[in-house]
Design a protein around this ligand. Sequence first.
Ligand code: ZN
Length: 169
Amino acid sequence: MAIVDIVKYPDPRLREVSKPIGDNREGLEELVRDMTDTMYAHNGAGLAAIQIGVPKAVYIVEAEAAGRNPTDPPLVFVDPEITWLSDDKQNGDEGCLSFPGIFVPVERSKACRTKATNLAGETFEVEGEGLFARAMQHELDHLKCKLLIDYVGRLKRRMIERRLAREAS
Ligand code: ZN
């Protein structure tokens, strides 16, 4: 078990585009294990690999947030892509382990479908709505280096940056 430090904003690593895994699956299980332990330790609903400093296209969503049994392992998404977004939107406060204590309203599609491969390398497609859809859209953003703070205006952005700087010092 390894709980790893979470990369926090404004660490420049969060602005790195994550690279596809493809057939290069060496170390993938260990990476997902570290991500799982770290997400659980911080009570997160999801985590992208870049949030522990690894720029690979992998994210996980906590089982209950993914509509599964709470005791199930997290759902693992390798090389994910969104294949469908509903026109219906949802508005809600969103948090991120890389922005501790910060919640900002983000409009997302209410439902979406994601295609990815699992740990065994099998392709799957899953549809989710509500929190699950929000989590899949949020985590995919990380892989494309888009962050929570990109959804707020300039004033609120500066407020958040000041608050994070204060807490980090
Ligand atoms: Zn996040």
